[in-house]
Design a binder for this molecule. Structure first.
Ligand SMILES: C[S@@+](CC[C@H](N)C(=O)[O-])C[C@H]1O[C@@H](n2cnc3c(N)ncnc32)[C@H](O)[C@@H]1O
Length: 370
């Protein structure tokens, strides 16, 4: 695992800013919002409906994706996932929500936080099991992306890895409950550096075909014929390539240590090989995060054209607020900047946040609108 011992001023500023901003927002909800709207109830889709859980490589379960050990709700190395879901960690958080309090500073900015204006009697009922589960089988990565601090990952996970026995035990639970709509085999590492990942996908899909299994990758380990072949031998539903730039200079600002040519070549290789084999899966998504250094019209247009040329199924331009020093303000502030370009003939209702603008690109379109 790589380790950058010097976090740098940008990173420290970003961490501090986020802590202060979240605490201020949480105070606002408790001391301003709540007294003004006493009938509104605070609710969390993660801890009551299982909308998202992340299982780290050291076995710890969290509801907060953006943290490294901020909250530990139990450990799959010594408990079943079901016991953790029904156990003290989750229950303490639920108790706080039932008292109309936000238990964690992160709650104030979390996608799962809801303010229910007309609460029904059952808003605090809990579902039997998860709806969406992230499994970080490995925290090891070949890149050092600006915000994904390898030293923090290493400090938290150490040398711990989920053993295949533990992963299969968790998958058996998911298969037994059949409540998951999604299983995502990634956390903060690079999933294709785990040699077992292909077997995990096949095991799960063969026993629970309805679940949608997805993997996010920086793509570089797939610039390899053998790995692409192994991937296409699995019934994986979605593969998401995290490639944020169309020139090496733009790309490497965030994806430190990355090689754009290899990431693009991996995408192209997968598209071509899938076509040669006549397969309709996996659905191939190019995810491009907007930062202030990769958001010019020239770059975006070149990206759309390249995605069309390669033949990926979908290109997703996505605004992000992390790191704050990299924010593409014009896109964060534009309501319709979360946009997806659909190219291929393979149909899929991929829309992970349910609020992306979709542009269907057809063969007769000479100029594609930005
Ligand atoms: C941390 S990555 C690890 C998985 C894999 N190595 C990859 O690069 O896709 C997991 C997901 O987080 C997304 N991500 C990384 N940095 C982000 C940011 N600043 N804002 C929003 N999403 C981000 C990635 O694009 C990816 O889809």
């Amino acid at each position: 695992m790589k380790n950058n011992p010097n976090p740098g001023i940008t990173y420290r500023f970003n961490v501090l800013f986020r802590i202060v901003a979240k605490e201020l927002l949480r105070a606002f909800y408790h001391f301003v919002y709540r007294p003004l709207r006493p009938s509104v109830r605070f609710h969390c889709r993660n801890i009551f409906e299982g909308r998202n859980a992340l299982i780290f490589a050291n076995g710890e379960v969290t509801c907060v994706c953006a943290d490294h050990g901020l909250i530990n709700l139990g450990n799959v190395n010594d408990s079943s996932v079901e016991d953790i879901w029904k156990g003290k960690g989750f229950e303490d958080l639920r108790k706080s929500f039932r008292n109309n309090r936000l238990p964690l500073r992160h709650c104030a900015v979390c996608f799962a936080f809801e303010k229910i204006k007309k609460p029904s009697d059952d808003i605090y009922d809990i579902t039997p099991f998860f709806w969406n589960t992230h499994i970080e089988t490995t925290p090891v990565c070949n890149l050092e992306c600006a915000i994904c601090r390898r030293d923090e990952v290493e400090k938290h996970r150490g040398n711990a890895r989920l053993s295949p026995d533990t992963v299969y035990r968790m998958l058996d639970e998911i298969i037994k409950h059949k409540t998951n709509k999604f299983v995502l085999f990634f956390g903060f590492g690079e999933p294709f550096l785990d040699k077992n990942i292909y077997d995990y996908v096949s095991y799960l899909k063969e026993r629970f075909p309805e679940v949608i299994v997805s993997i996010s990758t920086n793509g570089i380990p797939l610039d390899n014929e053998n790995n692409v072949e192994k991937l296409l031998n699995t019934p994986l539903d979605i593969v998401l390539f995290s490639v944020d730039g169309i020139t090496q200079e733009e790309y490497v600002k965030y994806r430190k240590g990355g090689d754009l040519k290899r990431a693009l070549s991996a995408m192209e290789r997968l598209v071509n090989k899938r076509q040669t084999k006549g397969l309709a899966h996996p659905y191939i998504v190019w995810q491009y995060l907007y930062f202030r250094w990769n958001d010019s019209d020239k770059s975006l247009r070149a990206t759309v054209n390249h995605a069309r040329k390669i033949g990926v199924d979908l290109l997703h331009f996505l605004p992000t607020r992390t790191p704050i020093t990299g924010i593409s303000w014009k896109n964060v502030l534009r309501r319709d900047s979360n946009v997806m370009y659909k190219f291929g003939s393979i149909d899929h209702d991929y829309n992970p946040h349910g609020r992306s603008r979709v542009i269907q690109v057809t063969d007769d379109m000479e100029e594609i609108p930005l």
